[in-house]
Design a protein around this ligand. Structure first.
Ligand SMILES: Cc1cc2nc3c(=O)[nH]c(=O)nc-3n(C[C@H](O)[C@H](O)[C@H](O)COP(=O)(O)O)c2cc1C
Length: 215
C-alpha cells in the first residue's frame, strides 16, 4: 500500500498527531512524517519534551516503539527535495494534525513555504485525500473563509472537537475520538471511540454521568 503523509504543525494539540502516527504505524501502515519547528516548540511546551533539533529522526525514538519507528520515514520540514514534495511520488493521502490556522492559510492560498505546505499543495493538485485538523478558537472570518475554500476543493476539515456522547473518562478518550474520526476518513479500522448507537440512554450505555455536572 502507498504511504500516508502525516504532518504535525504548531497548533495546540500536538498529541493528536503523535497518537495518529502511533496508531497507524502500529497497524503496519507506512508513513512519511514531517514536523514544523512551531510544532517542536508546542511539543516541548505541552508535553514536557525537550526536542532541540529536528534535523534527524532521533527524537522519534523517545516517542514511539521501535516497531512503529520502523514504519516512519521522517523528513525535515524544510527539505523540499523530499519525495512528498512532488506529485510524481504516489501517496495514499495526507493528514495535517493538528493544523495551525497559519498553515490552513498557506495551504488555502497555494503558498508553499515549507515541505508540509508543499506536500499539501501536491495532495490537492493530484486530487488525493487531504485531511486538516485545525485547532483554534474562536475562529475569525479569515480562518473560516480559508477552511470553506479548502472544503469546496474536497479537503476534509476535521476540527479538533471531541464529542462527549461516548462518555469520555480521561484525556486519552478525547484524543482518540478525534483520531478515530480521522481514521474513519482514511478508511482505517481501529475502533478508537464509542460510536453513537441510538437515542435511548440505556442502549447507548449512557450512564448520564455528565447530568448535574456543575458548569
Ligand atoms: C504553545 C503554543 C500554542 C499554540 N497554539 C496554537 C493553536 O492552537 N492554533 C494555532 O493556529 N496556532 C497556535 N500557535 C501558534 C503557531 O504555532 C504559530 O502560528 C506558528 O507560526 C505556526 O507555524 P506552523 O503552522 O508552520 O507550524 C501556538 C503556539 C504556541 C507556542
Amino acid at each position: 500500500m502507498k504511504p500516508f503523509v502525516i504532518a504535525i504543525s504548531g497548533s495546540s494539540g500536538a498529541i493528536y498527531g503523535l497518537r495518529l502516527t502511533r496508531v497507524l504505524a502500529e497497524l503496519d501502515y507506512d508513513l512519511m512524517l514531517t514536523v514544523t519547528d512551531a510544532a517542536r516548540i508546542v511539543m516541548n511546551e505541552e508535553l514536557g519534551m525537550d526536542i532541540q533539533d529536528l534535523s534527524n529522526a532521533d527524537f522519534l525514538n523517545g516517542l514511539f516503539s521501535p516497531k512503529a519507528v520502523e514504519r516512519i520515514r521522517y523528513y525535515h520540514y524544510k527539505d523540499l527535495l523530499a519525495p512528498i514534495a512532488s506529485g510524481s511520488f504516489h501517496t495514499a493521502g495526507m493528514v495535517v494534525m493538528p493544523c495551525s490556522v497559519s498553515t490552513v492559510s498557506q495551504i488555502a492560498n497555494g503558498a508553499s513555504q515549507n515541505l508540509l505546505e508543499r506536500a499539501a499543495d501536491v495532495t490537492i493538485k493530484e486530487r488525493r485525500k487531504l485531511i486538516l485538523v485545525p485547532r483554534e478558537t474562536p475562529l475569525s472570518a479569515i480562518h473560516l473563509e480559508n477552511m470553506l475554500k479548502l472544503a469546496r476543493l474536497g479537503v476534509d476539515i476535521v476540527p479538533a472537537s471531541p464529542g462527549f456522547y461516548g462518555m469520555p473518562q480521561k484525556i486519552d478518550d478525547l484524543i482518540d475520538f478525534v483520531v478515530g474520526k480521522v481514521l474513519d476518513l482514511l478508511g482505517v479500522e481501529a475502533e478508537l471511540f464509542k460510536r453513537w448507537r441510538g437515542g435511548l440512554a440505556s442502549e447507548a450505555g449512557n450512564t448520564g454521568q455528565f447530568r448535574g455536572v456543575s458548569p
